[in-house]
Design a protein around this ligand. Structure first.
Ligand SMILES: Cc1cc2nc3c(=O)[nH]c(=O)nc-3n(C[C@H](O)[C@H](O)[C@H](O)COP(=O)(O)OP(=O)(O)OC[C@H]3O[C@@H](n4cnc5c(N)ncnc54)[C@H](O)[C@@H]3O)c2cc1C
Length: 240
């Protein structure tokens, strides 16, 4: 059964989606996803079919997760609408198992929304690749960083707007825009690939900004496929 975001029962997630960062969000546009689909995909091996998930089925889901029988987790679909900075989208688009369609800065004017981190999120980076640690910077540096980002964004967007007004094609004028500019895309993904994304991008090792988005996506997984999600968490958040 197709479940749209409007009819998810007892959801604690606002219908407009989950706000992320200063101008972004994760919104579930539609979904066809439940734990029963996992059970029936697995039980078809024995020509069996369930109408509801019982305790034995929940055990089956935990077994499939633990032993990494991944394919029964593929018979479902989440269609997300995402708004995030371009640098987050670049990391996201590395996840090949899923479908993307993105806002085009060739055909439409770029937004003037740019990412300015909260002061608490302005951080230092120390250590080696693979084991960096990130520490807050002094309040004065945090505020100056935020101010300098805003100043660069203002100049970049003013230049972009002027070039477009003077007749330069948007596809070329966009070259002046920084990767902190916001973009939007649709992402359709099944639970197996979504768990892979969450396991990598909600981890401590992932960049803080994409981690916030991964955590938001995970809330939708937990909402629609609670037994699958619980098994994923119990399996050290390793995707099957
Ligand atoms: C913390 C972190 C740091 C990173 N740093 C870098 C970096 O410095 N440079 C960089 O380029 N990337 C970097 N990446 C991206 C990373 O290498 C992966 O491209 C990205 O995480 C997508 O993971 P994936 O391939 O598992 O996901 P998906 O592409 O969604 O694939 C899901 C799964 O499908 C299977 N699969 C998909 N395609 C193939 C294939 N062609 N062959 C075999 N199996 C396949 C694999 O089992 C894979 O795990 C980083 C990722 C993280 C999380």
């Amino acid at each position: 059964m197709a479940v749209t975001s409007e009819v998810i029962p007892d959801t604690v997630i606002p219908e407009i989606g989950i706000p992320v960062l200063d101008h972004g969000f994760v919104r579930l546009d539609a979904a066809m996803a439940d734990d029963l689909s996992v059970v029936n995909a697995a039980r078809v091996s024995f020509a069996r079919r369930r109408e509801e998930v019982d305790d034995a089925d929940a055990g089956l889901i935990r077994f499939l997760m633990r032993d990494r029988h991944g394919t029964p987790f593929e018979h479902n679909s989440f269609r997300f609408h995402i708004r995030c900075p371009i640098f987050v989208a670049r990391e996201w688009f590395r996840h090949r198992i899923g479908s993307f369609n993105e806002f085009s800065m060739r055909y439409a004017k770029a937004t003037d929304d740019f990412y300015i981190p909260d002061a608490d999120d302005v951080r230092s980076q120390v250590g080696k690749p693979g084991s960096y640690s990130f520490e807050p910077v002094a309040p004065e540096l945090a505020e100056r960083t935020r101010g300098e980002l805003q100043a660069v964004y203002d100049v970049a967007y003013a230049t972009y707007t002027r070039l477009v007004e003077e007749g330069v094609a948007r596809e070329l004028a966009r070259s002046v825009l920084p990767v902190g500019a916001y973009t939007e895309f649709y992402w359709t993904v099944n639970a197996r690939a979504l768990m892979n994304f969450v396991s990598l991008r909600a981890a401590d090792t992932a960049q803080r900004e994409i981690r916030r988005y991964a955590e938001a996506c995970e809330q939708f997984l937990a909402e629609l496929m609670p037994i699958t999600h619980a098994a994923f968490v119990a399996n050290d958040r390793t995707a099957p």
